[in-house]
Write a protein that binds this ligand. Structure first.
Ligand SMILES: [Zn+2]
Length: 101
């Protein structure tokens, strides 16, 4: 007898942006699943916050009644296997979602 009225929030893929000259970061939704526009969400301060903490379900700015889930876009997979991976590592692409601290 449970309510099955839960609407599953849509996913909104985000990219991390920072404001030049500041340590403030934003998640930028490139295309809102509801209105197709861009939306910005504060992701915290570069020094004090882990932007990953602010991912998740948030109300859509264009329609607060419909939340969406801030999500990192899936990483593109390259063919080529280990070599390509190793090369990517060498390039020094580190991400904050790896173990830190
Ligand atoms: Zn929207």
């Amino acid at each position: 007898m449970g309510k099955k009225d839960r609407r599953t929030p849509h996913l909104a893929f985000v990219t991390l942006r920072d404001m030049p000259g500041t340590r403030v970061m934003f998640w930028m939704v490139e295309a809102c699943p509801y209105c197709g526009e861009r939306h910005l969400h504060p992701a915290g301060n570069l020094r004090t916050a882990d932007p990953g903490d602010t991912l998740g379900e948030v109300p859509a700015p264009c329609d607060p009644a419909r939340p969406y889930v801030l999500t990192l876009p899936p990483k593109p997979r390259r063919k080529g296997g280990k070599d390509a991976r190793r090369r990517a590592r060498r390039a020094g692409k580190t991400e904050w979602d790896s173990d830190e601290g």
